[in-house]
Design a protein around this ligand. Structure first.
Ligand SMILES: Nc1ncnc2c1ncn2[C@@H]1O[C@H](COP(=O)(O)OP(=O)(O)OP(=O)(O)O)[C@@H](O)[C@H]1O
Ligand SMILES: [Mg+2]
Length: 353
């Protein structure tokens, strides 16, 4: 038994069936405890190998997809972008549109989530082992142009035409000259009604004539893209600027609230000084913070310490410089006091002992 067990391990190793090797002992135990048949035991053991192959296959499909990041639908905050119909996007991730050879166009200004959504759908497709590829429009055109120069345009076009899902990101960000527009048209034409394409753009279709620098070609492209397509027009704020807006709004609100409170206590505080204090303590205060008496004391202390060696948040170098300043100030104060004392002693005729 022992020697045949060892032989089996060797065989699995030789055949590079790592998962079967890892799970061999537990499968033998399971078989013995549950009186599993030989066939069922083999099924159980080979399933481990198949599961791992599936996982690796999905991983490599996603890798081959050349996505700019691995953000998925679960990472998308639909509340932030209410103009988007969540159900519609979720429906795209079921990949029904691929079966109908339909296209999707994400249209909207910068930062509204076009690339994120296109990538999410692409990843969903790659995970279901659909051949998917992500490319920026400019790179795509550069590659086609290069292929044309090298006399291999047809092969390159066929290469891009074969993907079941092609994502072309950022149409209209850079101008495309009329010759290059023709190359782009050829690809769109090859994919028309054969394969699905997702496009993202920040340029309204009206302006595509300018982008492709040829109205006829632009119209021919648009005609084919939009014939069987869903256009998702995203109207909203940029997610990239979200934090900046929030921060600005919050600090403005907190500032107004705090100044009002301090003044209600008769404190003649400058708005600028309060702003500086709020910024210095920004980690603990935001718009939801309720201003109270403690803040008044804290602000007073902060004002007292401001400019001294005991001001919060200063670096060691500044602290040393300020301590030296303080020492010098105290030294000259001592000198003045000494002088005053001597003058008084002189006047009184007191002899120092
Ligand atoms: N609603 C959202 N929820 C979560 N993250 C978002 C959302 N919208 C955008 N993002 C994130 O914000 C960043 C910008 O989004 P994205 O790249 O998709 O914008 P875009 O519309 O393609 O902009 P551009 O036109 O400039 O390319 C990304 O990191 C993206 O993951
Ligand atoms: Mg983008």
């Amino acid at each position: 038994m022992n020697s045949s067990y060892n032989k089996l391990v060797q065989n699995l190793e030789y055949l590079k069936l790592k998962q079967m090797m890892i799970h061999l002992d537990e499968t033998i135990d399971f078989m013995t405890n549950n009186q599993l048949s030989f066939t069922d035991t083999l099924i159980k053991l080979t399933d481990y190998e198949i599961d791992m192959k599936e996982v690796n296959m999905v991983k490599s499909m996603v890798k081959v997809g050349a996505f700019p990041h691995l953000k998925e639908i679960k990472d998308f905050d639909f509340d932030f972008q209410p103009s988007i119909n969540k159900q519609q996007i979720l429906d795209f991730t079921t990949l029904r549109f691929l079966e109908q050879k339909e296209n999707i166009v994400f249209l909207g200004t910068s930062g509204v989530g076009k690339t994120h959504l296109a990538t999410s759908i692409g990843i969903a497709a790659a995970k279901k082992r659909t051949s998917t590829y992500f490319i920026k429009c400019n790179d795509l055109i550069m590659n086609l142009k290069k292929a044309k120069l090298e006399n291999r345009l047809e092969t390159r076009l066929k290469h891009y035409a074969k993907y079941k899902l092609l994502i072309i990101d950022e149409i209209g960000y850079l101008p495309i000259d009329a010759e290059d527009a023709k190359l782009f048209f050829q690809l769109i034409d090859l994919r028309y009604e054969q394969k699905s394409t997702i496009l993202t753009t920040n340029a309204s279709f009206r302006t595509w004539g300018d982008i492709f620098q040829d109205t006829k070609i632009a119209n021919a492209i648009l005609d084919r893209v939009l014939h069987h397509a869903t256009v998702v027009n995203i109207i909203g704020d940029s997610y990239r600027l979200k934090d900046h807006f929030d921060k600005d709004n919050m600090s403005e609100l907190a500032l107004t609230k705090t100044v009002k409170f301090f003044r209600s206590y008769g404190l003649k505080c400058e708005k600028k000084l309060v702003e500086e204090w709020l910024n210095a303590t920004s980690t603990t205060k935001d718009s939801s913070h309720q201003v109270g008496d403690d803040d008044l004391y804290e602000f007073n202390d902060w004002c007292r310490m401001k400019g001294t060696a005991y001001e919060e948040g200063i670096d060691d170098q500044t602290k040393i410089a300020r301590l030296l300043e303080e020492v010098n100030r105290l030294k000259s104060e001592i000198a003045v006091l000494k002088k005053e004392k001597e003058q008084l002693e002189d006047r009184l005729g007191v002899t120092p002992f």
